[in-house]
Design a protein around this ligand. Sequence first.
Ligand code: UDX
Ligand code: ADP
Length: 460
Amino acid sequence: MRKINKIACIGAGYVGGPTMAVIAQRNPNIDVTVVDLNAIRIAAWNDADLTKLPIYEPGLDQIVAEARGRNLFFSTDVESAIDQADMIFISVNTPTKTYGKGKGQAADLKFIELCARQIARVATTDKIVVEKSTLPVRTAEALKSILHNTGNNVKFDILSNPEFLAEGTAVSDLQNPDRVLIGGESQEAIQALVNIYATWVPSERIITTNLWSSELSKLVANAFLAQRVSSINAISELCEVTGADVNEVAHAIGMDSRIGSKFLKASVGFGGSCFQKDILNLVYIAKSYGLQEVADYWEQVIIMNDHQKIRFADNIIKTLYNTVNGKNIAFLGWSFKKDTNDTRESAAIYVADHLLDEQATITVYDPKVTAEQIYADLDYLGTRTSEENRKLVKVVNDPYIACQDAHAIAVLTEWDAFKTYNWKLIYENMYKPAFVFDGRNLLDKKQLNEIGFQFYSIGQ
Ligand code: UDX
Ligand code: ADP
């Protein structure tokens, strides 16, 4: 049996950081070193002040406190971590390509390839290389080809072990996963990874498959989840014109055990680093095999999601008498979902961009997202100069200040705290009529109507 004493993880992001923290916590006999090129990120992982960890996830600070320095290490020394490890996880980012062939659809694998080349160059002993990042199907083939053609007689076994954690619940998802999926060719390598998870995951929840099934399952899981959100969002628009209530419809259909009740919350649109990217990836793969109908089918999930974001922004404009020019819109929430500081692909970014095109001014409050991040997200779109973004968008750290003198409030993230605000006080300090556009169906409609708000939610 292959014994694993040392693990290296390349990439200290939303996937690598929490996953390795839990593996280290549950396997005190294995040394786990998480490395990253980004020295600022590594310094934050090593910060004595646990509120400064680069990623906010409920419960993560305690796990880091328990394992860090014992058998969990964060470092920028990528080469020595690779050299010493028996098993190497690759958890680098795989963004959608922004150039060349497959632009806007295919995953950009340059970070993965750089890792593979670095591993090939540095390794002097046999390694198990684990794909943790979400990757297109048959990436393992490319990894294998790079690793096996180095000529230094090191044996590499490649495994696919996609991560299914959701942000905001990463720690509980890792501690108590629905399943762990491991794909590979070498039974010995598969077993080595199974043993690591088996220290806390019941064996019936650890499934093993061939490499390609594992790689594809990850894309498909995300595509199905995103499809549910787009499906209920499509129905939300129908509800608004027919007088049905999307929450009631979701509840009614969700009680059918074949459909299930989860992931049926209508919203301003899904965000996050995975859904859009993985579907685009699926679409690209389907197209590259000439499966146009398959590609079109899945692409529709994204088209619907884009429509939902724009529809939300357009409804604000239409309701505010067809113009938001010079009007102040307060944004409650900027992250792509509650309990995370991650803003990648957040609906808030696109709603803001659309309203700014109509010359609104926006004041944002989010309990976990920094002003720098919000400006970076807007600047990244390249719609207007960074000076203009800073002129039109204010970021404040008090929700009551955000809503003061606003013409309308838009709820973009479902942070629990928003529900318990003093809405009467907020109402008093706004322009009248005071509008609330609840993009998350979070607030109490009846209560807000009684206070005097003109209240709009999704699908009602
Ligand atoms: C997702 C997958 O859930 C996870 O398994 C995978 O590993 C990574 O991608 P994540 O993006 O972190 O996780 O969050 P998720 O909870 O799936 O939410 C994605 C987006 O969909 C969020 O913007 C969320 O607000 C939205 N959503 C989710 C809805 O609008 N309605 C729902 O019913 C559920
Ligand atoms: P994810 O959500 O997939 O974890 P992140 O962007 O949060 O994505 O994290 C990926 C991390 O991988 C980043 O911190 C990035 O600096 C790091 N990274 C990318 N390429 C390399 C590399 N070749 N060596 C080390 N770290 C890398």
